[in-house]
Design a protein. Structure first.
Lengths: 359, 435
C-alpha cells in the first residue's frame, strides 16, 4: 500500500512537470524567446522527471529533498516566466517588457552566445541562473532601469561566452572562479554593461541604485558601490587604451571623466579609481576584448545628439536599441532637474523607439 | 654739381612708384586671364564652324574620297575635347588667383611715404627745413618705413606667385572659400613667419606662414576673421566693451573662430601653434575648449575636443606650467557672454553638433565622396582633422599627407547643381596610409 502511495505521488510530480512543460509549450506569447530557451527548459523538466524515476520505492526523504531542492525551483522559474508573459500582455507593462526584450536580444545577438534570457519580474532586478531568467523590477515601467537589466544579462554572458575558436571553453567563468574574491562576478556584470552601453550604465547605477549612505559597504553578494563605480570608470579607461584609434580612445576617456566627476561630486571620497579597481577592470575588460565580438563594444563616436533631440521633442527617434538607451540617459544627465512628467514623456518616447511594432 | 640729397629723394620716389605699379600689375593678372578665355572661345567657335563645313560637304557628296573628311571630323572632336580640358585648367588657375579686393589699401602706405617725401622736398625748397633736418627725414623714410614696405611687398609678390602658379596645392582655394563662408572681407597669401615680416597691416590681406601653408593650418584664418569681426561688427562691440585690450580682442577672436569653425580650430591652433609654456596661451586654450565643449554635443566632435584637450594638457604639464588658468571664473564668464553674443551672428551658422553630423561624422566618406551640394570648407576641414585623429598612428606622415591630398583633391559641388545624397557612415578601415 505504501509503495503504491509513493508511486502515486511520484506520478503526480511527473504529471505536474509535464503540465509545466505543456503550459510553456502552449504559451504562444513567449515574446522573442528563442527555441533554444524553450529546449533548455524542456531538458530541465526531463532531467527532473528522470530524477523522480530514479528514486527507490518508498524513499520519502529522497522525494522531499528532490521536491524542495530540485523541483520547486524549476516550477518557480516556470511560474516566473508565465508571470512575465502575462505582464507583457498587460497594457501598463507591455512597453517596458518589449523594450527590455529588444535591448537584450540585440545584445545577445551581438555577443553571439546564441540564447537570450527569459524575462520576468520581481521586487528587484536579478539573474536566476537555473533557467537563465532575468527579473525586472516591479513596478518599473520606464526606460531608465533598462541598463540595470544589461548588468543582469552580463551574468548569463559570463556563463555562456565561449572562446573564439573553442566553442566549449568558458574563459569568463574560468576567470571568475576565484576563492579570494567571490564578488568578482558582480564586477564582471558591471564591466559587461559598461562595455556594451558606455557611460549610460554607470550613470543609471549612480542615479537609481547607489546609496549615498552606503558608499563603502559591501554585502554578502555585492561589492560596495564605491568599488563598483570606480571599476566601471577604470573599465572605460582600459577600453580607451585598447581602442584601435586615438579618437575612439578619446571618446571612452571622455565618458570615464564624466562618470568620475559625477561620482566624486556625489560622495566626495576621491576622484580617481583605486589601484585594485584598475587591476580588476583591466582583467575583466581584457576578457571581453579577447572573447567578445567587437560589435558588442559601445561606440563613443556615434553622435547621439539627433536622438537626444528627438526624445526631448517626443518625435519619432531612430537608432539601435543601445543608442536609444544611451541617448535617453544622455538627455537625463543634461536635465538633472527635469520634472516627473517630462521624465515620463521622454521615457515613453524611448520605449516607442524600442518597440519593433512602432519602428 | 650733383646733389646727393636730391638724388636720394628722387630714387625713393621712383622706388615707391614702382611698388604701386607692381601692385596694379598684380591686379591686372585677371584681365590677362580673361584675354586667354576669349581666345579659347574663338578657337571653339572656329572648330564648330569647321565641323559644320565638313558636315555640309559630306551631305552633298558621297564620293569615297569625301569619306576622309570623317577622319578630319574625328580629329576636330578630339581637339575640341582638349580645348575643353584647357578651359578646366584655366578655371582652376583663376580659382587659385587672388583677387585683391581693394587695391587702394595696398597703395595707402605708398601714398603716405610720397606725401612725407613731398613735405620734406617742399620744406627744403622753401627753406623751412635745413639740409641736416632733410637728411634726417629722408634717412628715416629709407631706413624704416620704406624698407618695411619693400620687404612686405616682396613677401606679397612671393605669396601671389605661390598662389597663382598652383604651388600652394590649392590651399588658397580652400582659404578663399572659408573666408567667403564667414563673410570676412579678407584674402590670404603665404608669407614668412610673423617675426620676420614687418608689423604693418597689408589691408585686407592675411599673411599665413609659409611653408606651413597646408590645409591643417587653414583654420587659423578663423582667428584673423575674428579680429576683423571685432573691428567691424556691432555685435562684437557688446562683447568687447568700449576700449578693449588687445588681449580681450584676441580672446574674442578665438571664441569667434571656435564658434565658426568648430573642433577644427582647436586642432589647428592648439596642436600646431600655441606654446604650452605660455600663460596667455593657456588662457586662450581654455576659452576655445570651453566654448567648443558647450557647442559640440557628444560623439565624434566631443571626442576630437577631448583628444586635443588631453594632448594640450599633457604638453603644458610637461613644460612645467599649470594647465588650469589662473583666472578661471573670469574666463568662464567671458565664455558664457561670448556664446550668447555669437549665437546672434546671422551671416553664417556656427559649426555645431548638427553641422558636424551633416559634414564630418563620416570623415573618410566625406573626404573621398563629398557631402553633397551644401558642402562647406569648414565641413571639409573638420572632416580632415577627424580623419587624421582617427589614424591608428596619427604621427604617420604619409597617411597624414594622403588625408590632406584627399581633402584638397575633392572637387567642390556646383552651387546650382542637383543635390546629391549625403554620404555618411564610417568604413571599417580608413583608406589612408599604413594600417
Amino acid at each position: 500500500m505504501t509503495g503504491q502511495w509513493f508511486a502515486t505521488q511520484v506520478r503526480q510530480e511527473v504529471t505536474e512537470l509535464a503540465q509545466v512543460g505543456e503550459a510553456l509549450r502552449r504559451e504562444e506569447r513567449l515574446g522573442t524567446t528563442t527555441a533554444a530557451v524553450r529546449d533548455d527548459f524542456a531538458l530541465l523538466l526531463r532531467d527532473r522527471v528522470r530524477d523522480l524515476e530514479d528514486l527507490p520505492d518508498g524513499d520519502w526523504a529522497g522525494l522531499d529533498l528532490l521536491r524542495a531542492r530540485r523541483i520547486a525551483p524549476v516550477k518557480a522559474a516556470a511560474l516566473a516566466v508565465l508571470e512575465g508573459i502575462l505582464l507583457r500582455g498587460h497594457p501598463f507593462y507591455r512597453s517596458v517588457t518589449v523594450a527590455a526584450e529588444t535591448l537584450l536580444d540585440a545584445l545577445v545577438e551581438a555577443t553571439g552566445i546564441g540564447r537570450g534570457p527569459l524575462l520576468s519580474v520581481a521586487d528587484g532586478e536579478r539573474f536566476e541562473r537555473m533557467a537563465g531568467l532575468v527579473r525586472m523590477r516591479f513596478p518599473d515601467v520606464d526606460v531608465w532601469g533598462l541598463p540595470i537589466l544589461v548588468h543582469e544579462l552580463g551574468h548569463l554572458v559570463a556563463d555562456a561566452l565561449p572562446e573564439p575558436g573553442d566553442r566549449n571553453a568558458r574563459p569568463v567563468l574560468f576567470h571568475l572562479d576565484r576563492a579570494d574574491d567571490r564578488l568578482l562576478g558582480e564586477l564582471f556584470a558591471d564591466v559587461f554593461a559598461t562595455w556594451a552601453l558606455g557611460p549610460a550604465y554607470p550613470f543609471a547605477v549612480i542615479t537609481l541604485r547607489a546609496r549615498p549612505d552606503r558608499f563603502d559597504d559591501a554585502t554578502r553578494t555585492h561589492p560596495s558601490w564605491d568599488r563598483r563605480v570606480w571599476t566601471m570608470v577604470a573599465a572605460l579607461r582600459v577600453t580607451a587604451e585598447l581602442a584601435t584609434d586615438p579618437l575612439t580612445a578619446a571618446g571612452h576617456r571622455r565618458g570615464a571623466d564624466q562618470v568620475a566627476r559625477r561620482w566624486s561630486t556625489l560622495n566626495g571620497l576621491g576622484d580617481h579609481p583605486p589601484k585594485k579597481a584598475e587591476r580588476d577592470a583591466r582583467g575583466l575588460v581584457d576578457l571581453l576584448d579577447r572573447n567578445a565580438p567587437a560589435r558588442l563594444r559601445f561606440d563613443p563616436l556615434g553622435g547621439l545628439d539627433p536622438l537626444v533631440a528627438a526624445l526631448d521633442a517626443g518625435t519619432p527617434a531612430k537608432g539601435s536599441p543601445v543608442e536609444v538607451v544611451a541617448a535617453a540617459w544622455r538627455w537625463r544627465l543634461a536635465h538633472d532637474e527635469a520634472k516627473p512628467a517630462k521624465l515620463r514623456n521622454v521615457s515613453a518616447a524611448a520605449l516607442r523607439a524600442l518597440d519593433p511594432a512602432d519602428a | 654739381m650733383l646733389d646727393l640729397l636730391t638724388v636720394r629723394m628722387a630714387e625713393l620716389r621712383d622706388d615707391v612708384d614702382k611698388v604701386k605699379r607692381v601692385a596694379d600689375l598684380a591686379e591686372s593678372r585677371h584681365s590677362r586671364l580673361d584675354g586667354i578665355r576669349g581666345i579659347r572661345k574663338e578657337i571653339r567657335d572656329g572648330l564648330l564652324d569647321a565641323r559644320g563645313l565638313i558636315l555640309d560637304y559630306r551631305r552633298g557628296a558621297d564620293a569615297p574620297e569625301v569619306e576622309v573628311l570623317g577622319d578630319l571630323d574625328a580629329l576636330l572632336i578630339d581637339l575640341d575635347r582638349k580645348v575643353d580640358q584647357a578651359g578646366v585648367m584655366l578655371e582652376q588657375l583663376n580659382g587659385s588667383m587672388i583677387r585683391l579686393m581693394n587695391t587702394d589699401t595696398l597703395s595707402v602706405r605708398c601714398d603716405a611715404i610720397i606725401a612725407e617725401l613731398d613735405r620734406v622736398e617742399e620744406g627744403f625748397r622753401a627753406g623751412t627745413l635745413d639740409r641736416a633736418a632733410a637728411w634726417v627725414a629722408v634717412d628715416g623714410l629709407v631706413d624704416t618705413t620704406a624698407r618695411r614696405l619693400f620687404a612686405d611687398y616682396v613677401d606679397l609678390l612671393g605669396g601671389l606667385t605661390l598662389r597663382d602658379t598652383g604651388l600652394d596645392d590649392r590651399v588658397s582655394e580652400l582659404t578663399d572659400r572659408l573666408l567667403d563662408e564667414l563673410a570676412a572681407p579678407l584674402r590670404s597669401v603665404p608669407a614668412r613667419p610673423a617675426e620676420l615680416v614687418g608689423g604693418q597691416s597689408l589691408g585686407d590681406l592675411v599673411m599665413l606662414w609659409f611653408p606651413e601653408w597646408t590645409i591643417w593650418d587653414v583654420p587659423l584664418f578663423g582667428h584673423e576673421a575674428g579680429l576683423a569681426w571685432g573691428h567691424t561688427s556691432q555685435l562684437a562691440r557688446g562683447l568687447l566693451g568700449d576700449s578693449p585690450t588687445p588681449e580681450r580682442r584676441g580672446l574674442a577672436a578665438d571664441a569667434y573662430a571656435a564658434y565658426a569653425l568648430g573642433p577644427a580650430y582647436a586642432c589647428a591652433v592648439l596642436l600646431l601653434r600655441m606654446r604650452p609654456h605660455s600663460g596667455d596661451d593657456v588662457d586662450r586654450a581654455y576659452v576655445i575648449l570651453e566654448l567648443l565643449r558647450a557647442t559640440s554635443g557628444d560623439g565624434m566632435a566631443a571626442a576630437v575636443i577631448q583628444e586635443v584637450a588631453d594632448c594640450w594638457r599633457g604638453a603644458v604639464t610637461e613644460r612645467g606650467a599649470d594647465p588650469e588658468p589662473g583666472r578661471r571664473a573670469e574666463l568662464d564668464a567671458f565664455v558664457a557672454e561670448a556664446r550668447g553674443t555669437l549665437r546672434n551672428i546671422g551671416v553664417f551658422p556656427g559649426f555645431d553638433s548638427a553641422q558636424w553630423e551633416k559634414e564630418a561624422a563620416g570623415p573618410h566618406t566625406a573626404l573621398t565622396e563629398g557631402t553633397g551640394s551644401e558642402a562647406t570648407a569648414r565641413g571639409r576641414l573638420n572632416a580632415a582633422w577627424a580623419a587624421r585623429l582617427m589614424l591608428t598612428d596619427p604621427h604617420d606622415a604619409d597617411a597624414v599627407r594622403q588625408i590632406a591630398d584627399a581633402a584638397r583633391a575633392l572637387p567642390w559641388p556646383r552651387k546650382t547643381g542637383p543635390a546629391r545624397d549625403r554620404q555618411s557612415g564610417r568604413p571599417v578601415q580608413a583608406p589612408y596610409g599604413k594600417r
